[in-house]
Design a protein around this ligand. Structure first.
Ligand SMILES: [Zn+2]
Length: 275
């Protein structure tokens, strides 16, 4: 008799869950659909059309018009260590050029400029003079290596179905990349899906650590959640509640608050949500 009652409850439960499953799935799918506007036919793509770029310098709020390949060299020199293999620097040049041309075609986040010089907003950037002086030794030869990588890939961009892609890039994925939707929300890109990447553990910044005292942790959280309370005697007061498909944290519980991935990363200055 007891078993029958359990089965009846199970069936009732499943009946409630089925519509929830379908409606949730439908909603997620609907949100992810983003038809990219066909703005450039790759057959008609002519790199010489993109001679200069309007670059916003965040520190001064000034917009500078720079030759595109000079700009790409400056970006590449800021994004990748110069002692990497020339083929890696060439790949970085193509990624940086693709991202830049995409921004020019699809419009910028910045009024009056195509792109800005901030790594956390658009792409890292450093002037040639600053770059060479920061390298200290052998600066000219190092700069020439960057220029060689940029020049030997002139005009090369990454495309998907005849369109230039939105080429986001990062230094290390921790072994598996994340879909942009799980990083910034918004649209999904068919060409940027989560994939496993080998060899990343050989990179010096593969892992890092942040250590905080209980007081430091609380104080950091209090800047955003003034009523936060954590009972440090109970294990369940701090716990990871949800992961994304790639194994990154999407929701974490701190006492009486549940915090999303972006907030937890920002609060504790950790480099990745793969923690
Ligand atoms: Zn920007």
């Amino acid at each position: 008799m007891k078993k029958i009652v359990i089965y009846v409850f199970l069936i009732i439960g499943i009946c409630f869950l089925i519509p929830i499953f379908f409606t949730t799935k439908f909603k997620i799918k609907k949100k992810n659909i983003e038809e990219p506007p066909v703005l450039l036919d790759i057959e008609k793509y002519n790199y010489t059309d993109f001679e200069t770029i309007k670059l916003l310098h965040n520190s001064t709020n000034e917009v500078e018009e720079v030759n595109l390949d000079e700009y790409i060299a400056q970006v590449v020199s800021a994004e990748i260590p110069v002692d990497y293999d020339i083929e890696a620097i060439k790949a970085q040049s193509v990624a940086a050029r693709t991202y830049t041309v995409y921004r020019i075609i699809h419009g910028s986040k910045h009024e009056g400029a195509d792109i800005c010089d901030s790594a956390s907003c658009c792409q890292a950037w450093i002037s040639k003079e600053d770059r060479i002086s920061k390298w200290q030794d052998d600066g000219i030869n190092k700069w020439n290596k960057i220029v060689e990588a940029v020049n030997s890939t002139v005009g090369e961009v990454v495309t998907y179905e005849g369109q230039i892609i939105n080429a986001f890039f990062h230094s290390n994925s921790g072994g598996k990349t994340e879909t942009p939707n799980n990083v910034w929300g918004g649209g999904d890109y068919p060409y940027l899906q989560s994939v496993e990447t080998s060899g990343e553990d050989a990179y010096s910044q593969y892992s890092s650590e942040v250590t905080l005292t209980r007081e430091e942790l609380l104080n950091k959280l209090k800047t955003k959640y003034s009523d936060i309370q954590i009972n440090f005697d109970l294990d369940e007061e701090i716990q990871i509640l949800e992961y994304t498909e790639s194994g990154r944290v999407s929701k974490v519980k701190f006492g009486n608050h549940e915090i999303s991935r972006s907030r937890s990363k920002k609060h504790f200055r950790i480099k990745s949500n793969k923690f």
